[in-house]
Design a protein around this ligand. Structure first.
Ligand SMILES: [Zn+2]
Length: 1013
């Protein structure tokens, strides 16, 4: 056995044990005593020094001491890993993680903890402590009414102890992979409810995110130490380095090969299986790292640094080898993974780099440049005999039987069948979703694929995180006013307060913050530096002397140097006042978007779409093991009428009929005495009883990952669902509106359309959204912002591809306690003429751009926005999908005429498209509207548009003016009672083409009519 393998093999149990201890080190924060301490410490004379969670929590503060699993104390390994007395335990990690002494593992734990807590945990303002209700937030600032109660913490910890008491004895005996996964999910369930810090905005990190990040960093530095025998005495968090190891592929391309929903899901399961196996390989089998991100396009791990280096070359080659084998086996040779390794970094924001690298690699499905790649993948494919038909799904293997109606290969057939097997629990959808397109389509036999896409790049890179604030003008002002209220430091604080009140350093704004930090950093004014250090360094830094100031300066210099590696444009002011993209912040970014998308089926689709019960029939005996689970055939009713049906075999004497429900109507067919003849040579079935069968909801989710959601829904509900998803986005992410792009597409199709065409169309739309998510657009404020109960209201205008648009944002901007949120609610503003730093108190220069708090947005401000888009297309043929491409100016053609009105703003969906249809047209607010009148006008306007050679993108031309005059005149003539608001809406949407696209959507695609009643 070569050396690194032997070492890893010999030390595996220790590595996994250290990982577990790291994961549990903050269990004391999941408690009433911790929360109450945080609420009260400022009023206690030695409050700062008595945080219970790391002061021998288990011995001194644990109220459930009889529940603590004995393994916490009794299971031990040597604290220096290699030899010596066995004295490192979970208990030690919990009790002493901030005071490691000479204990090597504890020192490493402290370093890992320090890296995840770097800068931003140092300086939340004390006035931002939550002394009453404690709200939980996330990196995007969504608090809602997520209140953390002491009861919830006590209960979660109680449950966790009981759970661990059950699991630990077995786990610590064998360190089994499956048990490890169970233990992780048990701890996650508990820690997701807890907070790593209660002070705003540090209440954005859950206890799980922080502890998982720390445990993972700890794991990789321990492994690096074991493998390379590095001396780690005096190890500090500044020295922590790690690598990022990514395995990826083009998920959308792989998913899209399929005719039926079942084929797509079968392929989705393969991706899941591969990820599961890779996780097992890297986290357990070797075990060198932990997963830090995954979506349909791959999975990424934090691993020891220099995995590419000479010392670990052999290990790396072996891992690569295993990775290819896993993918080849699980995908029968169809999915060739690519590998990206960022060798040395100290920030998880390098993940963005790794993902970008992967995207470039996966443009080509097969990369023959990698040695030994071919054998796994080619070998896994059966040899192909001449003259055989190629399977239309995988396009690789011969079909199973040439004469069969359903011509696909055996592998693809098995994958399809896998989905509806009763026993395939892991493949079961969570929400009763149907697998059959016939049960999804609307009354016009149409369905829609909804694709929703986040643009996470700038977040994973950390850029946008640095546009959110820990300290800023309004908070600093509050902090100064609050000085003297923290008991333990009352005297120091009062001294500073007095000093500051005698100096005129000016109002808090960007200039003041700059000058404060300059004083400290550039040694301009020693007195000032001493007295304001506490605002920008650790909060308990009071009046440091020259030596201490020098230390602060050196520390900041190091931070800045490290941050500049990520983004060379960052300055010290941005660095010290904004949030830092720590590992747990990065985890929170994609955990939050994943949870949001993953929750859409439950929160929107199941709530909106009706649950139905399939028709269940009792029949004479049939052997369910002999046949596939779905079969087609026909039913012959008593009255000799015949109907084609598809059935599902439930058991030996029960079947269900797909797309049929039990009806109580007297005119409906009598199934109870019918005969069923199945297409294949199978026994005829005699029905003896009909009743209600299993329930289903008419939609099917294809995928929900951190950046992508895809679901197939009835066509006539797609627009409504899309709008509800966007409303939910605004509620959850409205504070970062314009900085977190989110777009939704609707691909409409008839039930006969093969799924690969639908998915390919979806993929094209996603590609468009990705491109658009990098392009900032100027939105101009039409008025000063208005305050509304939930936040702010902004009226805006913008121009997309020469077409003018107006829109309104109503955005949340409050904290859970109803105060204004000065940590998150900002816009990137780029006014040319005005000096923003002088005129807006909240102005701040960040690497994401110059920002201003939403409460200070004024008429004429030019916001730099990453817009959210909406797009739709109807696949009236296989080749229509090729139209879903952006032209050079990032626009695409409407199907109505020569203008490029697509994609729209997602804001326009509710405010314009749905408003036009549901209010003006269908809602009859346009007095005198009828179906015929509308269609006549539409045809007149479009005919003249063609005849006169009009182009709405050229709105100063004579042709355009003549045409728009005709249109507006006919509106005045036909609808003389029209009010100004509606007239303006019609005028705008006719001028920018949206009106015609709306009619195409409702009249053309969805086959709606203006009701005459
Ligand atoms: Zn196939």
């Amino acid at each position: 056995m070569p050396d690194p393998f032997k070492k890893l093999h010999d030390k595996r149990n220790q590595i996994l044990f250290i990982e577990l201890a790291g994961l549990l080190h903050d269990i004391g924060k999941l408690s009433k005593v911790f929360l109450e301490y945080r609420q009260q410490w400022q009023d206690i004379s030695n409050g700062w020094d008595i945080d219970p969670h790391d002061h021998e929590y288990l011995d001194k503060h644990e109220v459930y001491s009889n529940l603590i699993p004995s393994e916490f104390e009794n299971y031990k390994i040597p604290a220096n890993i290699d030899s010596g007395e066995e004295n490192f335990s979970i208990k030690k990690a919990i009790d002493f993680h901030t005071k490691p002494g000479e204990d090597l593992i504890l020192k490493l734990l402290k370093a890992a903890d320090g890296l995840d807590s770097a800068i931003d945990r140092n300086n939340p303002l004390w006035s931002a402590e939550q002394k009453n209700k404690i709200f939980k937030s996330n990196v995007f600032g969504y608090e809602g009414n997520k209140i953390v109660t002491v009861e919830s913490q006590e209960k979660a910890r109680h449950v966790l102890y009981a759970f661990l008491g059950n699991m630990l004895p077995g786990y610590l005996d064998h360190f089994d992979s499956k048990v490890r996964i169970k233990i992780f999910s048990g701890i996650k369930k508990a820690f997701d409810q807890g907070l790593s810090d209660t002070t705003r905005p540090q209440n954005d990190t859950t206890l799980w995110e922080h502890n998982y990040a720390v445990a993972s960093i700890l794991k990789v530095i321990v492994v690096r130490y074991i493998l390379c025998n590095e001396k780690l005495d005096d190890f500090e968090f500044e020295k922590v380095e790690f690598g990022i190891f990514g395995i990826g592929w083009n998920g959308m391309r792989f998913l899209s090969y399929g005719q039926k929903i079942g084929d797509i899901l079968g392929r989705q399961h393969i991706i899941e299986d591969i990820k599961r196996c890779l996780k097992d390989l890297i986290e357990y089998e070797y075990p060198i790292g932990n997963e830090i991100y995954s979506d349909d396009d791959g999975i990424y791990f934090i691993v020891p640094a220099k995995l590419d280096g000479y010392e670990l070359k052999e290990l790396r080659n072996k891992i690569d080898d295993e990775v290819y084998k896993i993918a080849a086996k699980a995908s029968s040779g169809e999915l060739q993974p690519h590998i990206v390794n960022i060798s040395e970094t100290n920030t998880l924001t390098s993940l963005a780099k790794a993902i970008q690298c992967m995207v470039e690699k996966t443009i080509y499905p097969f990369d023959s440049s990698v040695n030994g790649f071919d054998e796994y993948f080619k070998g896994a494919l059966e040899t192909f005999e001449d003259g055989k038909t190629v399977c239309p799904i995988c396009r690789l293997r011969p079909v199973e039987k040439e004469d069969k109606k359903k011509k696909v290969c055996k592998t693809c057939m098995d994958r399809r069948a896998q989905n509806d097997k009763n026993d395939a629990d892991k493949y079961k959808p969570k929400h009763n979703e149907t697998l059959f397109i016939d049960e999804i389509v609307d009354k016009h036999r149409k369905a829609a694929l909804i694709v929703a896409r986040f643009g996470l790049d700038d977040w994973l890179k950390g850029t946008m995180v640095r546009s959110l604030f820990v300290t800023e003008a309004s908070g600093l002002e509050k902090e100064i006013n609050n000085l003297g209220n923290v008991k333990q430091f009352e005297a120091e604080e009062k001294k500073i307060k007095e000093y500051l009140s005698n100096r005129n350093y000016g109002e808090f704004n960007y200039g003041r913050i700059e000058a404060d930090i300059d004083a400290l950093f550039k040694d301009k004014d020693f007195e000032r530096a001493k007295n304001i250090a506490f605002l920008y360094d650790r909060r308990n830094t009071f009046s440091p002397d020259g030596e201490a100031l020098k230390k602060i300066r050196t520390k900041w210099g190091k931070f800045l140097k490290a941050a500049k590696k990520e983004d060379s444009t960052i300055d010290i002011y941005n660095l010290l006042n904004a949030k830092t993209p720590t590992p747990s912040t990065l985890l929170d970014i994609w955990n939050t978007t994943l949870n949001f998308l993953d929750d859409l089926p439950a929160s929107i689709l199941n709530a909106l779409l009706p649950e139905k019960r399939r028709l269940k029939l009792t029949v004479n005996n049939l052997d369910p093991n002999k046949y596939g689970r779905t079969l087609d055939g026909k039913v012959i009713f008593k009255d000799k009428s015949v109907k084609k049906i598809d059935i599902l075999i439930i058991n030996s004497n029960e079947i269900e009929v797909i797309n049929e429900t039990k009806s109580d109507s007297p005119t409906s067919k009598d199934w109870s005495n019918a005969d069923i003849i199945l297409t294949d040579p199978l026994p005829h079935l005699k029905v003896s009883k009909d009743q209600k069968g299993s329930s289903f909801v008419p939609y099917r989710t294809i995928t929900a990952t951190p950046n992508l959601f895809m679901s197939i829904v009835p066509a006539d509900r797609a627009v409504e669902i899309t709008n509800l998803i966007y409303q939910k986005y605004i509620e959850h992410f409205g504070k970062v509106m314009g900085r977190l792009p989110f777009s939704i597409g609707n691909i409409f199709f008839d039930r006969k359309m093969p799924m690969f065409v639908v998915l390919d169309a979806g993929k094209r739309m996603v590609d468009n959204f990705d491109k658009l998510s990098k392009q900032r657009i100027k939105f101009t404020a039409l008025k000063d912002k208005e305050s509304i109960p939930s936040g702010i209201k902004l009226d805006l205008k913008c121009t997309l591809g020469k077409l003018d648009k107006t829109l309104t944002w109503q955005l949340p901007s409050k904290l859970g306690n109803c105060e204004d949120d000065f940590h998150h609610s900002y816009f990137i503003v780029n006014n040319n003429k005005e000096s923003l730093p002088d005129n807006r108190k909240s102005f701040f220069k960040t690497i994401a751009g110059n920002v201003v708090h939403c409460s200070e947005i004024m008429k004429g401000d030019e916001l730099q926005v990453l817009p959210n888009y909406y797009d739709f297309e109807f696949l009236d043929s296989n080749i229509r999908r090729y139209d879903i491409n952006l032209s050079e100016n990032n626009r695409r053609k409407s199907n109505v005429a020569n203008f490029s009105s697509k994609p729209f703003l997602l804001d326009e969906l509710g405010q314009k498209i749905m408003c036009l249809w549901f209010k003006l047209l269908q809602g009859k607010q346009l007095k005198g509207i009828t179906d015929t009148k509308l269609r006549n006008l539409q045809s007149l306007w479009l005919t003249k548009y063609q005849e006169w050679d009009v182009n709405i993108s050229n709105n100063s031309s004579k042709n355009f003016n003549g045409w728009i005059n005709l249109v507006l005149l006919s509106i005045r003539k036909e609808f003389n009672e029209i009010n100004d608001k509606h007239y303006i809406l019609l005028q705008e949407t006719i001028k920018n083409g949206l009106f015609f696209d709306t009619l195409e959507l409702y009249l053309g695609i969805l086959k709606e009519r203006i009701e005459t009643k």
